[in-house]
Design a protein around this ligand. Structure first.
Ligand code: BGC
Length: 753
C-alpha cells in the first residue's frame, strides 16, 4: 500500500479524523478511500476483547479467552524464550479474533511496593523489564500483530494518575524509568507505544515533544505510532505537534475539530498531520496485509501452556527440607485460594477466562484434604474456620496454606495503603503452623507482602498471579514434577518504610517528587547495606548449583570495545533444574553517585545432575556507563569496574575486575569560582596551575620562626586538604603579590583553551 499517496488524497477533515478512535476499541475508517477500521484490545497476558458495551476498566464482560500469568510472574521466569512463546500464542489469538494491536506489554518500573498496578509490571530493574518486554513484543509481532508498550513514561503510581506530575531528574529518567522502553524499541520495534496519563516534570506525556519525539523517535529510532492511554489527552493539537498520532478512545469529533482549527489558524503545520496519518496507516496495513483470521485458537492447548509458563515463574523463597511433597503423604490444602485461586488483577487487563483450574482440582487423586480457612468475600476467618483448618493440619503430614492478596487489596485505579496481608490470613497461618511443624505457605499476590510468620513456617512458595491454570502449576511445583526456577524480579523489603520512595510516594497534590533518584529497589538496599526479607534475584531450587571459573576476555578495554565474561555453572544436586545466572556491574570508584551493582546480563540455564555449562555475557559501553547530564549522553568514567556473577543480588558467587578507559573527554569550563580540587583532577589544567599552586602552598606554610605549635596546628597535608576546596579567586587574597586581576584572566584563558 502506497500510504503517502493515500494520505495525499485525504481531506483535512479525514486526516484529523484518523487521529482519534471511532469508539473505545476501533480506529476510524476512511470509507471514501477504502481504508478500513481496525480493532485493538487489552492485553497483555491474554485478550480482553469487548464486543459491545465497551468500557476500559474491565467492568463489562469481554469474550471468553485464556488468562496467562501476569507480568509480576513472567518477569520472575527470567526466561526470554518462554515469554517470547507466550507472545506468539497471544499473537495467534489476536489473528484469530481479528485484532490489529494488543495493548501491552506494561513495563513501568516498580518504584514502590504500593503501586496498584505492580502486578501488571515486570520489575524494579530496568534491564530485566526491557529484556522481558522485548521478548514478548518480538513474540507477538512475529505473528503480524502489533503491540502497544505502555505506559510511556514515569507512570509509577495509580494515585491521581490522570493529573499528577512525576517530577524526575534527567539522569534518573534515562537510567531507571526509560530503559525498559528504550531496550524494547531498539530490540523489538513495537508497532505502537501508549503514552501515559501523568505529566512528566509538568508536561502531560500526551503532549510532550521531548518525550514523544526527541527521546522516542530521534534518540531510539521508534518507527510506529503513539496512541494515548484511554482518556490521556488534554490539548489535542499540542499532542499532534508533540508526536501523539492516535487519541483513544474517540472524542466524538470534538478534538478532531480542534485539530482542524489549529491547522486553519496556522498553529499546526498540516505536514505534521500528514506524517501522523502515514505512521498510523503504515501500521494498519502491516496488519491488514497479513491478516489471518483463519488462524486456529485452541484454548485448551493455551490453558496447558499457561500452566507450563506459570510453573517456570514460581519463586521458592524458603525451603527447610519440607518440599517437594511426597505423593503418598497425607497433605492438607488450607485457605480459600486453594479452591478459588487469585490468578489475575483487576482493571483493564482482567480476562474473562474460559476455565480455571485450582490447586484442589489439580490435586485430585492425591491424598489431599481441603479446609477453607478464611472467607475472601468477608475478609475474615471465623473460629470454626480456624478450628477446621487446625484439625486438618493436625491430621496431615504437611499443611499447605494458600494465602496472598484478595482482589480488593491491589488493582488498577488505586494504590495500596500498606504491604500487609489480610489479618485473617496471617492469623490462619500462625494457627496452622502451631498445629503442624511442617507448614508451607503458597502466595497468590501481585506485589510484595510483609511476612510476620516467616520464622514459623518451613517453606514459602511465591506463585504471584499465575493465570487461570495456576492450580496445575502450583501442584506440579509443590510435588516436584516441576523444579522451581523463578527468581525475584523485585526486592521484598522487611517492611514498607524501608522502601526508598516511602516518604515521598504519591506526592503532594499533583506533584509527585522522585528524590531517591536512581536508587530504586536493590540499587538502594545494597547501597544502604540494608537487611531485606528476600533480595532481588533470589530463588531456590530442589537441586543446588555451583558457579566457578569466571574468565574475562580482557582486563582493560576502552569504552568503544567489548569484554566477555564466561562462567562455568554446575548442577551439584541430584535433580535436573534451572539456574538463573545473573551478571552485575559496579563502578569501583566514581565521581558521580552510583549503585553498588546493576544487573547487566542474565541467562536461564537448564542442567542435568552433575552437568556443567559455560555461560558467556558480552559487556559493552552501556554496561559500564551512567547518563551524564553535561553531555546528555551515556558516559563511562575511566577506572575499574567489578563484574559479579551470582544466583541473586546478594548471593554473588564469582567476581572479577576490568578497567575501562573513556574515549570521551568531558567538556570543562573554568571560572574564578572553580575550586582547586576540580582543576587538579584535570591533568591539562593541573599543569597550567602548577606554578601558582607552589606559590600558594608556600603562603600556607607557617614561617619557621613562628615555632612548632603552628607547625603542628597546620601540617602540610592539612593545608593541602583545606586548600582543595578553595576557589581560584582565593589566589587574589592569599598571594596578591603573585596573582593579580590580569594574571588571573591569563590563567583562565590558558585553562579554557
Ligand atoms: C489503562 C491501559 C489500558 C486502557 C484500555 C487504561 O485505563 O491504563 O493500560 O490499555 O485503559 O483499556
Amino acid at each position: 500500500m502506497d500510504v503517502k499517496a493515500l494520505v495525499s488524497q485525504m481531506t483535512l477533515e479525514e486526516k484529523a479524523g484518523l487521529c482519534s478512535g471511532l469508539d473505545f476499541w476501533h480506529t476510524k475508517p476512511v470509507e471514501r478511500l477504502g481504508v478500513p477500521s481496525v480493532m485493538v484490545s487489552d492485553g497483555p497476558h491474554g485478550l480482553r476483547k469487548q464486543d459491545s458495551a465497551a468500557d476500559h476498566l474491565g467492568v463489562n464482560e469481554s469474550i471468553k479467552a485464556v488468562c496467562m500469568p501476569a507480568a509480576c510472574a513472567t518477569a520472575a521466569s527470567f526466561d526470554r524464550a518462554l515469554i517470547g512463546k507466550m507472545g506468539e500464542t497471544i499473537g495467534d489469538s489476536c489473528q484469530h479474533e481479528q485484532l490489529g494491536v494488543v495493548l501491552g506489554p506494561a513495563v513501568n518500573i516498580k518504584r514502590s511496593p504500593l503501586c496498584g498496578r505492580n502486578f501488571e509490571y515486570f520489575s524494579e530493574d530496568p534491564y530485566l523489564a526491557g529484556e522481558m518486554s522485548a521478548a514478548y513484543i518480538n513474540g507477538v509481532q512475529s505473528k503480524n500483530v502489533g503491540t502497544s508498550i505502555k505506559h510511556f513514561a514515569a507512570n509509577n503510581q495509580e494515585h491521581r494518575r490522570m493529573s499528577s506530575s512525576s517530577n524526575v531528574d534527567e539522569r534518573t529518567l534515562r537510567e531507571i524509568y526509560f530503559p525498559a522502553f528504550e531496550i524494547s524499541v531498539r530490540k523489538a520495534q513495537p508497532w505502537t507505544v501508549m503514552c501515559s496519563y501523568n505529566r512528566i516534570n509538568g508536561v502531560y506525556a500526551s503532549e510532550n515533544p521531548w518525550l514523544l519525539t526527541d527521546v522516542l523517535r530521534k534518540d531510539w529510532g521508534f518507527e510506529g505510532y503513539v496512541m494515548s492511554d484511554w482518556g490521556a489527552v488534554s490539548n489535542r493539537a499540542a499532542g499532534v505537534a508533540a508526536g501523539l498520532e492516535l487519541e483513544m478512545p474517540g472524542s466524538n469529533g470534538i478534538n478532531d475539530r480542534k485539530i482542524i482549527a489549529a491547522v486553519k489558524a496556522g498553529e499546526l503545520d498540516e505536514k505534521v498531520l500528514d506524517v501522523a496519518c502515514e505512521r498510523m496507516l503504515n501500521i494498519t496495513y502491516r496488519y491488514l496485509d497479513n491478516a489471518k483470521p483463519e488462524t486456529p485458537w485452541d484454548m485448551e492447548a493455551d490453558h496447558l501452556l499457561s500452566a507450563q509458563i506459570a510453573g517456570e515463574c514460581m519463586v521458592l523463597l524458603k525451603n527447610e527440607g519440607v518440599l517437594p511433597l511426597n505423593k503418598e503423604d497425607a497433605v492438607a490444602f488450607i485457605g480459600e485460594f486453594a479452591a478459588k485461586p487469585r490468578f489475575q488483577g483487576g482493571g483493564s487487563s482482567h480476562i474473562n477466562c474460559f476455565k480455571t483450574t485450582s490447586a484442589v482440582e489439580a490435586a485430585q487423586g492425591l491424598p489431599v484434604t481441603y479446609a477453607q480457612g478464611y472467607s475472601v468475600a468477608d475478609d475474615a476467618a471465623t473460629d470454626e474456620m480456624i478450628a477446621e483448618a487446625v484439625k486438618a493440619a493436625r491430621a496431615a503430614k504437611v499443611a499447605v496454606v494458600f494465602a496472598g492478596l484478595p482482589d480488593a487489596y491491589e488493582s488498577e485505579g488505586y494504590d495500596r495503603a500498606h504491604m500487609k496481608m489480610p489479618a485473617c490470613q496471617n492469623k490462619l497461618i500462625e494457627a496452622v503452623a502451631e498445629a503442624n511443624p511442617n507448614t508451607v505457605v503458597v502466595l497468590y499476590n501481585g506485589s510484595p507482602v510483609e511476612m510476620p510468620w516467616l520464622g514459623k513456617v518451613k517453606a514459602v512458595l511465591e506463585a504471584y498471579l499465575g493465570g487461570q491454570a495456576v492450580g496445575i502449576a502450583t501442584v506440579n511445583v509443590l510435588y516436584g514434577d516441576v523444579n522451581p526456577s523463578g527468581h525475584l524480579a523485585e526486592t521484598f523489603p522487611v517492611k514498607l518504610s524501608d522502601n526508598p520512595s516511602y516518604i515521598f510516594y504519591g506526592g503532594e497534590g499533583n506533584e509527585a517528587p522522585y528524590p531517591e533518584g536512581i536508587f530504586v529497589g536493590y540499587r538502594y538496599y545494597d547501597k544502604k547495606e540494608m537487611e531485606v526479607l528476600f533480595p532481588f534475584g533470589h530463588g531456590l531450587s530442589y537441586t543446588t548449583f555451583a558457579y566457578s571459573n569466571l574468565r574475562l576476555s580482557a582486563d582493560k578495554i576502552t569504552d568503544q570495545e567489548t569484554v566477555t565474561a564466561t562462567v562455568t555453572v554446575t548442577n551439584t544436586g541430584d535433580r535436573a533444574g534451572k539456574t538463573v545466572v545473573q551478571l552485575y556491574v559496579g563502578d569501583r570508584e566514581s565521581t558521580v553517585l552510583r549503585p553498588v551493582r546493576e544487573l547487566k546480563g542474565f541467562e536461564k540455564v537448564e542442567l542435568q545432575p552433575g552437568e556443567s555449562k559455560d555461560v558467556t555475557f558480552t559487556l559493552d559501553k552501556r554496561s559500564f556507563a551512567y547518563w551524564n547530564t553535561q553531555l546528555h549522553d551515556w558516559h563511562v568514567e575511566t577506572g575499574e569496574f567489578t563484574v559479579e556473577v551470582g544466583q541473586s543480588s546478594r548471593q554473588i558467587e564469582v567476581s572479577g575486575v576490568v578497567t575501562v578507559e573513556s574515549t570521551v573527554e568531558l567538556p570543562r569550563h573554568y571560572t574564578v569560582d572553580s575550586i582547586f580540587m576540580d582543576v587538579m583532577a584535570d591533568p591539562k589544567a593541573a599543569k597550567a596551575v602548577g606554578p601558582v599552586l607552589a606559590a600558594i602552598q608556600e603562603a600556607f606554610t607557617p614561617d619557621e620562626d613562628t615555632g612548632e605549635a603552628s607547625q603542628e596546628a597546620v601540617s602540610d597535608e592539612m593545608g593541602m586538604a583545606m586548600m582543595q576546596y578553595m576557589p581560584l579567586r582565593g589566589l587574589l587574597s592569599f598571594v596578591p603579590d603573585k596573582v593579580t586581576d590580569d594574571t588571573m584572566a591569563e590563567l583562565l584563558k590558558t585553562l579554557n583553551s
